[in-house]
Design a protein around this ligand. Structure first.
Ligand code: UGY
Ligand code: MN
Length: 246
């Protein structure tokens, strides 16, 4: 065991940087023979949930969505996912979105398969159907330049349709690429680095971040990022969208 009193993890009232060195596993009913790290949750003041699942031998991730929808994204490895009676093999970059009121069952995972999940209590919208379940592959989704800057590319994984109240996007920054301005917005983010490194500014504090780190940004947490190093920095992130701001 590596023993250390040092960490880059920070938890504040409106943002957190959670690095793997601080993980302590949780037992989640229905999610068996796997390591589950609950990285973002309402206990810290968040409006979303975010977990990281690492598969062991005989992993089964099974349940029925009640009030919260769940988005599963395979970071690496392989598994089989079933939503109700619909089954698919998922590889790295594949995802499955499970709206409320559906059964899900993931198994046949290769050992070490990593899956990040985003959870949000669904807010229905009058005049709109609940969203459908979706199987997808990030590789097949275009990543147009973000606000005209070819150094930044944004892939939007879920349909831009008012029935959805959450978005999950993948943001790729070439080395030296950076957000064009400091964002100050009502939407909340949960985020996980898939590749690379850089520096994130959260409420005027500066954090070095890298692959494997997660960030929570509460509404109005001011945010800016610049990528560094020799390879693009890539993160997958959650955002609440499409609902009237009460
Ligand atoms: O969608 C967003 O708000 C995104 N540009 N924010 C971020 O990457 N911190
Ligand atoms: Mn933002």
């Amino acid at each position: 065991m590596k023993i250390s009193a040092l960490t880059r993890s920070v938890v504040t009232r409106n943002h957190a940087v959670i690095c793997p060195d601080g993980y302590v596993n949780s037992v989640v009913p229905g999610w068996t023979n796997c390591r589950v790290n609950v990285i973002i949750n309402e206990q810290m003041g968040a409006g979303l949930g975010q977990t990281l699942i690492t598969a062991e031998i005989g992993t089964v991730i099974s349940g029925h969505t009640e009030t919260s929808q769940i988005f599963f994204y395979v970071i690496s490895g392989q598994c089989t996912a079933k939503v109700d009676e619909n089954e698919k093999t998922l590889l790295g970059g594949h995802f499955v979105y499970v709206p409320t009121g559906h059964s899900y069952h993931l198994d046949e995972c290769t050992t070490g398969t990593q899956i990040v999940t985003f959870h949000k209590v669904y807010e229905p919208l009058k005049g709109h159907e609940h969203p459908p379940f979706i199987f997808g592959n990030a590789e097949k989704i275009d990543g147009p330049a973000f606000l005209g800057d070819p150094a930044l590319r944004l892939q939007v994984l879920l349909p831009e349709d008012l029935s959805f109240d959450m978005a999950v996007n993948i943001f790729t920054y070439d080395p030296g690429g950076h957000l064009p301005f400091v964002e100050t917005h009502i939407m909340e983010h949960g985020l996980l680095y898939l590749q690379g490194q850089g520096v994130y500014m959260l409420d005027h504090k500066w954090y070095p971040v890298q692959k494997g780190d997660a960030i929570w940004m509460a509404p109005y947490c001011q945010q800016w990022f610049t990528a560094m190093g020799k390879e693009p920095a890539v993160y997958i992130y959650y955002k609440n969208v499409n609902r009237f701001p009460t």
